[in-house]
Design a protein around this ligand. Structure first.
Ligand SMILES: C[S@@+](CC[C@H](N)C(=O)[O-])C[C@H]1O[C@@H](n2cnc3c(N)ncnc32)[C@H](O)[C@@H]1O
Length: 297
């Protein structure tokens, strides 16, 4: 079998299994089997696969046919322009979560004072590591543009030790200077915290059986299940934040489902009646993040 036929057969097989992007997935699995870049596939369509390569490709295809997520099979997922290791112990970072990184960077870049950021429910560490790398908060010999960089600190918290191991690997790989803490939300931090960025589980329990197999069968329930209306973790986070957020100069940014904006904003208003509450849309135009902003109140 040559490369061209492997690509075609693989895509057909994945299409029959109901995979959303069969051609792309088949190509990426073939790249993994061959140890190639995708562009090399296009350049060498006639190259014949060895029997070992063909067997490896078939094995990878079989996993994807069972609807195992591509990220877990490849072991890596791109987020905010960086590659993150992922295992079944962590949620695979989603493109819509990049909005939380943008909001965090925008806030931190405007700080003239020391700032503490907590990435709550850090999972693979995608948010904390992306923010650290973007700000130049890295370990080793680095050139700092500003002394402010020294006074910024990022803590990544998760209740899952297994997830924190993955976050640690990603932080080391990208030389990100972040602290990793096993915790229930932000309980161990006394505060004041200037920035709380949270992508906590927000799927209502009864909707989990309706999710696509990649999510429902493979991603950790502890990263998905947000209780009856999906907002249980955020209720608890807002309660913990009351004594910890910097009410002179602070921001809480919470990712949520597209239909949860009004409800989460109203929970935030109940906890913080004097703060400025806003709902932000992602690139798909869907409500995605609620922010609670404190400026000298
Ligand atoms: C939706 S995932 C987000 C992972 C990552 N931040 C991202 O955006 O890709 C939610 C994470 O919250 C963690 N989590 C769930 N309950 C928690 C709690 N009470 N305290 C801290 N972390 C929790 C889960 O272990 C999981 O890693």
């Amino acid at each position: 079998m040559n490369v061209e036929k492997a690509r075609r057969d693989g895509a057909e097989q994945l299409n029959r299994a109901g995979v959303e992007s069969p051609r792309l997935d088949a190509d990426l699995l073939l790249c993994k089997a061959l140890g190639w870049e995708r562009s090399t596939l296009f350049a060498h369509p006639e190259r014949i696969l060895t029997s070992e390569e063909e067997a490896a490709f078939r094995q990878l295809l079989a996993r994807r046919t069972q609807r195992e997520p591509l990220g877990y099979i490849l072991g890596v997922k791109e987020f905010y322009g960086l590659n993150f290791f992922v295992t079944p112990n962590v949620l695979i970072p989603r493109p819509e979560t990049e909005l939380l990184v943008d909001i965090s960077l925008d806030f931190l870049r405007r700080q003239n004072h020391p700032a503490l950021m907590a990435d709550v429910g850090a999972g693979s560490g995608a948010i904390a590591v992306s923010v650290a790398v973007s700000l130049g908060l890295t370990v080793g010999l680095v050139y700092l543009n500003s002394l402010h960089e020294i006074s910024r600190r990022i803590v990544a918290l998760d209740s899952s030790l297994d997830a924190l191991h993955v976050a640690k690997r990603n932080a080391s790989f990208h030389k990100a200077r972040i602290d990793l803490v096993a915790a229930d939300l932000i309980a161990p931090i006394a505060g004041p915290i200037q920035l709380i960025a949270a992508n906590l589980p927000y799927i209502p329990t009864r909707q989990i059986p309706l999710l696509q197999p990649e999510i429902r069968l493979y991603e950790p329930k502890s990263a998905l299940d947000g209780g009856e209306d999906g907002l249980d973790h955020y209720r608890r986070l807002l309660a913990q934040a009351r004594s910890r957020i910097d009410t002179e100069n602070g921001l809480i940014a919470m990712e949520m489902g597209a239909d949860q904006g009004e409800k989460l904003a109203s929970l935030a208003r109940d906890s913080f009646p004097n703060a400025e509450i806003a709902i932000h849309r992602d690139l798909a135009g869907l409500d995605r993040v609620v922010t609670v902003r404190f400026e000298g109140i």
